[in-house]
Design a protein around this ligand. Structure first.
Ligand code: SD4
Length: 331
């Protein structure tokens, strides 16, 4: 009697013969599996407590499509669309002029990357960043150019209306209009996500509305490849959150990945990068939070911050847990 397994195998083979597209896809899969006999344990790590929900979505997509790139895109889209988020997506805090401008970046382990910054009216800047990566000869589009590209790509533009909570806080802020950073604002900030699939491919995404009440035109670390996000299949993946200016100054995520390339574990790399960040930002570091998360292909992960309060969500086969990051400064 034909077993179910043999039946499935022969059905796939015979349908492959009928469909040239399927033959190609099947052959690619087989050769890919042959090339790399090693299998990896999928892992997804993302910043702050909103990472828990984003991780769940990313995991689901990873299992549906097998693509870690799809997973990290769809995962952070959950946060971008969350009306409760004041720090990611169009419901976020506006800049000093009362306008919400968004930054996002996405990167694959082979070096492909795309980003958008200072973009308005686009609900999913992470998808626009991916479109820049896949459909243009460029890496980064800014402001009105990014918005025009979104229109050309058929993205719907959202009305520029502040979320009532964001508007309330903005009006309150206007009374003094004094700029000062707030550490761990609402305990959920930029979402950065890094992930590993079963084939050993890494990918990452990062998306934010940036600092509350920033200067109009200010761009943070999140859309800057190497600062807010960096991924290299040969070394690891890292992403950042917190005061972007401090992170840009040390090419933070690139630094974390290079430290892993040189043999550090993800945890050691995050700690060393934070030490460098503190060293290069001594002036006002007591008021500035920044944190990194990182993973490598051995399934190790780590996270570290300047101040207490930073946490990150870790999703693997066995669960999805929030971990408190250790920090250089103590309570
Ligand atoms: C930025 N790193 O724009 C982002 C946002 C953030 O605390 O994490 N703010 O600087």
């Amino acid at each position: 009697m034909t077993s179910r397994r043999t039946f499935l195998k022969s059905s796939i083979l015979s349908s492959s013969l009928l469909l040239p597209g399927v033959v190609k896809k099947g052959a690619n899969l087989l050769s890919r599996q042959k090339q790399s006999e090693k299998t990896y344990k999928p892992l997804i790590v993302s910043t702050w407590n909103h990472g828990l929900e984003a991780n769940e979505k990313a995991w689901e997509v990873l299992h549906q499509t097998g693509s870690i790139l799809d997973a990290v895109e769809e995962g952070v889209k959950v946060t971008e669309a969350d009306p409760a988020s004041r720090t990611v997506g169009l419901y976020g805090f506006p800049d000093r002029e009362g306008i919400v401008t968004l930054d996002a970046s996405i990167m694959k382990g082979n070096g492909d990357c795309g980003s958008v910054c200072f973009v308005r009216q686009v609900k999913h800047p992470i998808t626009l960043a991916r479109r820049v990566m896949e459909k243009t000869p460029h890496v980064m589009l800014a402001g009105e150019g990014a918005r025009q590209f979104a229109i050309a790509e058929g993205f719907p533009l959202e009305e520029e209306v502040l979320h009532p909570e964001s508007e309330k806080d903005y009006k309150e802020w206007l009374k003094e209009a004094e700029y000062r950073p707030v550490i761990n604002i609402e305990n959920h900030d930029t979402i950065g996500m890094v992930g590993l699939d079963a084939y050993g491919n890494l990918a990452g995404s990062c998306t934010t509305s940036g600092l509350a009440f920033k200067m109009h035109g200010r761009v943070g670390d999140s859309p800057i490849i190497g600062a807010g996000l960096y991924v290299d299949n040969e070394a690891g993946a890292a992403t950042a959150t917190g005061m972007g200016e401090t992170i840009i100054k040390i090419c933070g995520s690139f630094l974390v990945v290079e430290l892993m390339r040189n043999g550090r574990s993800p945890q050691e790399a995050c700690e060393e990068a934070i030490a460098r960040l503190i060293d290069k930002n001594r002036d006002n570091i007591e008021n500035m939070q920044a944190g990194f998360i990182a993973i490598n292909k051995d399934g190790e992960y780590g996270g570290y911050a300047v101040h207490p309060g930073f946490n990150y969500a870790v999703k693997h086969e066995g669960g999805n847990e929030l971990e408190d990051a250790k920090s250089s400064f103590k309570e």
